[in-house]
Ligand binder design. Structure first.
Ligand SMILES: [Zn+2]
Length: 280
C-alpha cells in the first residue's frame, strides 16, 4: 500500500479529520479578521494615491502597510500583540476581550468569526471527507466568510476577494471537482447578467460589485443551480429585511448578495441528490 493511501485512510477518520479541520478553520478565521481590518485601509490608501496622482499632487510617504506588515498590534495603543494573545478564540478569552497594554475593548466579532470559520470548516469536512471536493469547498467557505465580513462592514462585496474566488472556482472545475469548466463559465455569465439586469432594472446601488459576486457564485455552482439560489435566498431576505427588521429593529442594511452567497454555499453542501442538478 503506498504511503499516500495510508495517509488518506488515517486522515479520513472523522475523529482525526474534524478536529484538524476545526483548528485549521480557527487559524484561517484569524487571518480573515486581519484581512477584514487591513484590506479596506489598503484600498483607501491606494485610492488616495491614485487621486493625488490624477491631480498632479506630490505622493505621500506613508509607512508600509499590507497584510504582512506591520505585525499584529492594538489599533488603539499600537502595542504589538504577543503571540500567545494572538491564538484564535483562546487569546481573546485570556485577555477577557481587552488589550493587555491599554485595556481598550477588543470586539467579540474576532472570536466569533474564528469560531464560525472553524464550525463551517467542520461541516465541510464532515460532508465531503478527505479529497478534492473538501479542499475546494474549504477554499470557497473561507473566501465567502471573508467576503461576508468585508461586505458587512462596507456594504459592498470587495472585488479584491470576489474576482480571485471566481477564477479559483473555474480552476477547480478544470479538474471536474464539482461541475464542468463549461458549466462554471456559463454560471459566471448567467450570474453576472441576471444580477446586472435586476439591479439596473430596479435602480439599486452596487450593481457592479454585486453582479461580480453573483458571477463568482455562478462560477462555483454552475448555471443549473443559480435559479435555486434565488429561490432559497429571496424569501429569507424579504422575511428578514422587511419583516423582522421592522418588528425587532434588526439593522436593515444587509445586502441581498450576502443571502445569495450563503444560500449557494448551503446548496453546495446539500445531499448528493441535489447536486445532480448541476454535476454533469
Ligand atoms: Zn492597546
Amino acid at each position: 500500500m503506498d504511503e499516500l493511501v495510508v495517509w488518506d485512510i488515517w486522515l479520513d477518520k472523522p475523529a482525526i479529520l474534524l478536529p484538524l479541520v476545526f483548528v485549521v478553520g480557527l487559524m484561517i478565521g484569524s487571518f480573515l479578521n486581519l484581512l477584514a481590518y487591513r484590506l479596506p485601509i489598503m484600498t483607501r490608501r491606494d485610492e488616495r494615491a491614485d487621486c493625488l496622482n490624477f491631480l498632479g499632487l506630490p505622493a505621500e510617504s506613508n509607512p508600509p502597510f499590507d497584510l504582512a506588515f506591520p505585525g499584529s498590534h492594538c489599533p488603539s495603543c499600537k502595542t504589538p500583540i504577543k503571540p500567545w494573545h494572538n491564538v484564535p478564540v483562546l487569546g481573546w478569552l485570556v485577555l477577557r476581550g481587552r488589550c493587555a497594554a491599554c485595556g481598550v475593548g477588543i470586539s467579540a466579532r474576532y472570536p466569533l468569526v474564528e469560531l464560525a470559520c472553524g464550525a463551517l470548516s467542520v461541516l465541510v469536512g464532515w460532508r465531503f471527507g478527505v479529497g478534492g471536493q473538501m479542499a475546494a469547498a474549504l477554499c470557497l467557505t473561507w473566501g465567502l466568510l471573508g467576503l461576508s465580513v468585508l461586505t458587512w462592514d462596507s456594504g459592498e462585496p470587495s472585488l479584491d476577494v470576489t474576482l480571485p474566488l471566481l477564477w479559483l472556482g473555474l480552476l477547480w472545475h478544470c479538474g471536474g471537482v464539482f461541475a464542468s469548466a463549461e458549466a462554471g463559465i456559463l454560471g459566471a455569465l448567467l450570474g453576472f447578467l441576471t444580477a446586472w439586469l435586476f439591479y439596473r432594472g430596479l435602480g439599486l446601488a452596487n450593481a457592479y460589485a454585486d453582479s461580480w459576486a453573483c458571477a463568482m457564485l455562478g462560477a462555483w455552482l454552475g448555471w443549473r443551480l443559480l435559479p435555486w439560489v434565488a429561490l432559497f435566498a429571496l424569501p429569507v431576505y424579504v422575511g428578514l429585511e422587511w419583516g423582522v427588521s421592522r418588528r425587532f429593529a434588526w439593522p436593515a442594511r444587509r445586502r441581498f448578495v450576502l443571502y445569495a452567497i450563503w444560500a449557494g454555499w448551503a446548496l453546495l453542501l446539500a445531499p448528493t441528490g441535489w447536486l445532480n442538478h448541476f454535476v454533469d
